[in-house]
Design a protein around this ligand. Structure first.
Ligand code: NCD
Ligand code: ZN
Length: 348
């Protein structure tokens, strides 16, 4: 059991992270690498990371952007399109460098135009992945105009995800960044081949934080934050210790100019203060003893990877100080503001 003011856990991983490329990659990578040993790297670059060769090249760019003295293992992901080649996926997985394939319904979120419209076309890839034991990471929102944006996750589960899983019961599926109680329930009841990631920000904000008292572009992300009852269901799920849930921050940096705009883009940048926020959330629920399962144990178990060997210590003291913005050569990226003091300090 943790004491009231100190907690030592195995080093965490982030099972859903956007690092981007070029100068942005260089600026944000240390924010994750200072705390996390590994991360599942989202492939929604422009152009997207659709092939093994592209994943190898991106992996090399990430490692060369890592400051001297820091260690970090990028776990690469292929962006699934209707043209994805089955043998390329197999080679990628067997190399050990690529750990998963990402399904974006076309148009669902930032840089998802090359995603999938006709799900029959990806069936051969899904069959091969089921045979290999390779997880499919799913952005679970339908994109039909007639479906309300706040209902898109629940409708996706019924209309798309459940049929895919019935057709491919052996396929390992990660429901990414769930935002609803329906998502949490479906993940919990899905057996060993199903899990869900939960972001840091969806444990902290509901749609009022986004919209009441003026629109807050830095709280806009996809899937969009829902009602308070859904946030509470996510907190209950994340802090439960249940192996169906693990951390995927979905930390998604955008330049302030792109967010503070008449058509602001989606994404919250949480890498800088994620662990302190999570400790605060678990502490408030009196569930600190389950933090390690969520950040460090359940993810590797689902992916069939070893737990990290290093440990980190969190200690509770005066509120931490962290920068409001991360500077990049092209402008600033605002760090997620949880609107509460963060008392948990992280020591590696
Ligand atoms: C992500 C991004 O900016 O790439 N944005 C977000 O709101 N989460 C895309 C995504 O994961 O949906
Ligand atoms: Zn994402």
């Amino acid at each position: 059991m943790p004491s009231n003011s100190s907690l030592t856990i195995q080093q965490p991983d982030d099972w859903h992270l956007h690092l981007r490329d070029g100068d942005m990659l260089k600026s944000v990578l240390p924010e994750t690498a200072k705390h996390f040993a590994r991360a599942i790297i989202m492939p929604n670059l422009i152009p997207p990371v659709t092939t093994f060769d592209m994943a190898k090249a991106y992996h090399a760019r990430i490692l060369s952007a890592l400051p001297a003295g820091m260690s970090f293992e990028p776990l690469m992901v292929l962006y699934l399109t209707e043209k994805t080649d089955v043998s390329d996926v197999e080679r990628a997985y067997q190399s050990g460098l690529v750990k998963a394939v990402k399904l974006y319904p076309a148009g669902a979120t930032t840089n998802s135009d090359s995603g999938v419209t006709d799900f029959d076309k990806i069936q051969p890839v899904l069959e091969k992945m089921a045979e290999l034991g390779m997880p499919l990471c799913v952005h679970g929102e339908v994109v039909k105009h007639e479906v309300d944006i706040f209902d898109r996750e629940a409708v996706f589960i019924d209309k798309v995800l459940d049929p895919i899983r019935r057709r491919n019961p052996e396929l390992k599926v990660v429901m990414e960044h769930i935002t609803t109680k329906q998502g949490a329930e479906y993940a919990r009841e899905g057996g060993d081949n199903l899990a869900a990631t939960i972001t840091t920000h969806h444990l902290v904000i509901n749609r009022n934080h986004l919209l009441v008292g003026g629109i807050k572009p830095h709280y806009y992300c996809l899937p969009v934050a829902k009602r308070e009852e859904h946030r509470l269901a996510l907190v209950e799920a994340a802090t439960s210790g249940n192996t169906s849930y693990f951390l995927g921050t979905d930390s998604a940096p955008h330049l302030d100019g792109a967010k503070e705009s008449a058509c602001g883009c989606a994404g919250c940048f949480t890498a800088t203060n994620t662990l302190s926020i999570l400790a605060e959330v678990f502490d408030k629920e009196d569930k600190l003893e389950n933090l390690e399962a969520f950040t460090s144990l359940n993810g590797p178990t689902f992916y069939g990877l070893p737990v990290n060997s290093k440990k980190i210590t969190l200690t509770k003291a005066e509120p931490i100080e962290y920068p409001a913005k991360i500077e990049t050569p092209d402008g600033d990226v605002t760090v997620f503001d949880p609107q509460m003091p963060l008392h948990w300090h992280v020591k590696i």
